[in-house]
Design a protein around this ligand. Structure first.
Ligand code: ASP
Length: 328
């Protein structure tokens, strides 16, 4: 039976009514009405290491698997890459020489889980998934997170740094100066967002955080709504870069809410960067990149500085795209 609400929805009248008061946003109505045009599956992830991660995710998505499984397994490729200096246990340590890992995951039902400041566990994203699946909580940190991982069959890995991380750390110790360098290997989270064949969205994010941070420092990546956010009615977003600046504006949540208002993924990311600029007077010394995907399978990104890129995989292949930036 066609209810009044359904009739209005089909004809677009409801969307138009809902959107009164949001001028100049032409694609707002089409988000709700144009499901036929959904491009799926699609997976996106931050930086060049996203290419290999997308391949891992694509194996699941191309076999009609769930976006949730794809975003977990996809970023596990990066966590296991022993040459990576910004994700997983091979990454650069904090200023006390300890690698601490942050991760989060979120699915189409709004279920979510995260771990922060986790030591000596190879796959923090898998622990984040278990926090989501097996506990009544969203976030476990430090020793508690590690104990939970060990209780659930994860192995305690050695304390030692990877050879490359050790070399870098020894060099850093000479001056012990904490100064994040823009776009150089002292950060670079992998954030991943995907839409599956069923049209469901999920996201994940995993990182060692900023190199040479204070011990105990937690960034945006494990915080739902900051480093990553998913709303299955609207879209998904994730962030990379100086976490403190992203935390101040609940960055990924903001991007999703801007898409809800009708902004395209790139326009939403751009607006969020502009907000971040307003709230962070020292923005010129930071880099931040936002990446977004809407319910129609459209994607976009925007960064504070030049140099942010992201990987996209869909039926036409897997490639790297340079994002536009606020500072030219
Ligand atoms: N956002 C991460 C953090 O602040 C680092 C990064 O993405 O580069 O911990």
């Amino acid at each position: 039976m066609t209810t009044r609400r359904n009739f209005l929805k089909k004809t677009g009248i409801l969307s138009a009514i809902t959107l009164v008061g949001i001028p100049k946003i032409s694609n707002a109505i089409s988000i709700e009405n144009n499901f036929a045009a959904v491009k799926k599956p699609v997976v996106l992830s931050t930086w060049a290491h996203g290419l290999a991660a997308n391949e891992g995710a694509w194996k699941i998505l191309s076999a009609n698997g769930k976006a949730l499984d794809a975003v977990e397994k996809g970023v596990m490729v990066t966590e296991a890459d022993i040459t990576n200096l910004s994700v997983g246990l091979s990454a650069l340590p904090d200023r006390d020489g300890i690698v601490t890992l942050d991760a989060s995951i979120m699915d189409e039902q709004g279920r979510c889980g995260g771990v922060a400041c986790l030591e000596r566990i190879k796959h923090p994203i898998a622990v984040a998934r278990l926090v989501m699946d097996k506990t009544p909580h969203v976030l476990l940190v430090g020793e508690g997170a590690q104990k939970f991982a060990l209780d659930n069959g994860f192995k305690l890995e050695p304390k030692t740094l990877s050879p490359e991380a050790e070399k870098n750390y020894k060099e850093w110790l000479k001056k012990s100066e904490y100064k994040p360098k823009i776009n150089i290997e002292n950060h670079d989270t992998i954030g991943m967002i995907a839409i599956d064949a069923n049209g469901d969205l999920s996201g994940s994010c995993t990182t060692s955080g900023l190199a040479y941070k204070m011990h105990g420092r937690v960034g945006d990546s494990p915080i739902i709504g900051a480093g990553m956010y998913v709303d299955n009615e609207v879209g998904a977003a994730c962030a990379t870069g100086l976490g403190e600046t992203v935390l101040r504006i609940c960055g990924s949540f903001l991007v999703v809410e801007l898409m809800r208002q009708g902004y395209s993924p790139e326009a939403a990311c751009k607006k969020a960067v502009e907000r971040l600029v307003k709230k962070n007077p020292d923005y010129k010394n930071a880099q931040v990149g936002f990446l977004a995907l809407n319910k129609k399978g459209e994607h976009g990104a925007y960064a504070l500085q030049k140099g942010f890129n992201y990987a996209i995989a869909d039926n036409s292949g897997n490639k790297l795209i340079d994002a536009a930036s606020y500072l030219k």
